[in-house]
Every structure is written in C-alpha cells, then in structure tokens.
Ligand binder design. Structure first.
Ligand SMILES: Nc1ncnc2c1ncn2[C@@H]1O[C@H](COP(=O)(O)OP(=O)(O)O)[C@@H](O)[C@H]1O
Ligand SMILES: [Mg+2]
Length: 245
C-alpha cells in the first residue's frame, strides 16, 4: 500500500530523516517508534504532504505522492492526526468532525450525510454526539479522541496516528490501543502508529520500524525489537537521559 524509499529531510545542514526506507501492507498496523527527535513526525509530515522531502520517494497504491500538497494527499486516502490537537473550539464536536467528513470526501457529500458520518465516528471513538458538546473542559484523552475522529471522518484508507497516547494515563492508553485495533477491524483501515514509548503499542502492532537520529535501526517483529541490541541501546540511553533530567 505504501512504499517509502531513501526518504530524507534536511533542515539546513541537519538531517531530521536520513535515507529511510520501509513498506506498509494493506490491513497492517505498523508501529513507528523512536526517542524524541528521532524523525517520526517529520516522516509523517512528508507522507501527508505537510513537508516536501529533500530526496527520496513515497508511493501510495503504486503511484508517486512525494511532494504533493496535503489536501491532495488527504483526498487520495491518507488521513493523519497531529501530535498537538488544534480543533475548532467555538463549534461543536459533531461540527468539527462533519467538516473533516465534508473536506475528506471533496465536498461531494450532503450536510446530512456528513453529520451522520460525524456522529458514527464520534461514537466509534467514544465521544458525545450532542450538538451542545464542544471542546470546552476536554482533557488530553478527549482531545486525542477528537483528533482521531477528525482523521477517520475523512474516510482514509491509510491512517497516520501521531502520539495518540501522549498525556494519557495507563487505562486510557489501553483503551486507545484497543480503539486503533477496532478501527482496523471495523473499517479496514491500515494504520501507521507513531509513539515514542514502546509500552502498550507493542501488543497491538503487527510490525515495528524503529528510528534513531533520523535513521532506521530496526524493521521487524515487535517481540524481537525488545531484545534487539541497537533498539535496547537507544531506549536505555533515552531512559538514562530522562533519569538524569
Ligand atoms: N521545521 C523544522 N525545522 C528545523 N528542525 C526541525 C523541524 N521539524 C523538526 N525538526 C527537527 O528534526 C528532528 C526530528 O523531529 P521530529 O520529526 O519532530 O521528531 P519526533 O517526532 O521523532 O520526536 C528534531 O531534532 C527536530 O528538532
Ligand atoms: Mg513527534
């Protein structure tokens, strides 16, 4: 479904993503992990068209998409969530998600159809559909769910989920992981799931790609990643830095 080859992003002389290649198969949940600053969001931004790659190629369903604009890539069937949610705070939750449904399907759906899809999607992620509900008073978990609902409402074939667990407690993390699994099962959506901690992600993903300092250091089974010397080294260093801090 997705083929990434020699993907590179330089900011000035700094390589945020360096010569990264990997594939994603239809129906797969791929975990893209790595410490903070390892290039995960930059990789997403290139796939989703927010940033053009410095070099390298991205093919989606056999066709090149590298360098295309974000709105065009969305319309081809790639939805993404942002690490920092920025919903419309002055309109309702259902309107937020309706807008995504309308835009994602290129304005071809009626208002009623978008509202219906928004309600279905809000229910799927476990948020209220009442028109009086806004983001007012919503915590991190709610905002992450809304972000997911907005991405899903655009009806993607491939969902890029960026740090969906950040700011959640243990049980909320478990729920979020189950939700991503359900999204794949119920909607047949292929998922790339970015997270800097391995934790709960490891029990849901089919495969993991690990980045460190912009380079791919592992691509394979989640279980084996946890004993891979390079991965262990990176995560050990990361943990030690956190302990120092
Ligand atoms: N627009 C930008 N300009 C300059 N440096 C950037 C920009 N975006 C990201 N970076 C740098 O690229 C590196 C990778 O960032 P990012 O992809 O956000 O990492 P991750 O999502 O894995 O935490 C970091 O060192 C970050 O500071
Ligand atoms: Mg990030």
């Amino acid at each position: 479904m997705l083929q990434i080859r020699n993907l590179t992003k330089r900011f000035g002389g700094f390589h945020a993503v360096n010569n990264v290649s990997f594939d994603v198969s239809k129906g797969e949940i791929l975990g893209l992990i790595g410490p903070n600053g390892s290039g995960k969001s930059t990789t997403f931004n290139m796939i989703a068209g927010l940033l053009p790659p410095t070099s390298g190629t991205i093919h989606f369903e056999g066709k090149p998409i590298h360098g295309q604009k974000a709105h065009a890539i969305c319309h081809r069937g790639i939805g993404r969530t942002f690490q920092i949610p920025r919903p419309f705070n002055t309109i309702s939750l259902v309107e937020n998600v309706s807008l995504a449904a309308w835009f994602g399907q290129n304005g071809r759906q009626s208002r009623e159809s978008c509202l219906r899809q928004a309600c279905e999607t809000l229910e799927l992620v476990g948020l209220p559909t009442h028109p009086a509900e806004t983001t007012n008073g919503m915590g991190a978990a709610g905002l992450k769910k809304l972000e997911l609902a907005r991405a899903l409402a655009s009806n993607p074939k491939l969902l890029l989920a960026d740090e969906s667990l950040n700011g959640l407690d243990e049980s909320e993390m478990d729920q979020a992981a189950d939700m991503l699994k359900r999204i794949r099962e119920e909607r047949g959506v292929t998922i790339i799931w970015v997270e800097h901690i391995m934790g709960v992600l490891m029990r849901v993903v089919d495969r993991v790609v690990v980045l460190n300092q912009g380079e791919k250091i592992y691509d394979g089974q989640p279980l084996l990643a946890q004993t891979d010397p390079k991965v262990v080294q990176v995560y050990l260093n990361d943990d030690l830095e956190e302990v120092d801090a």
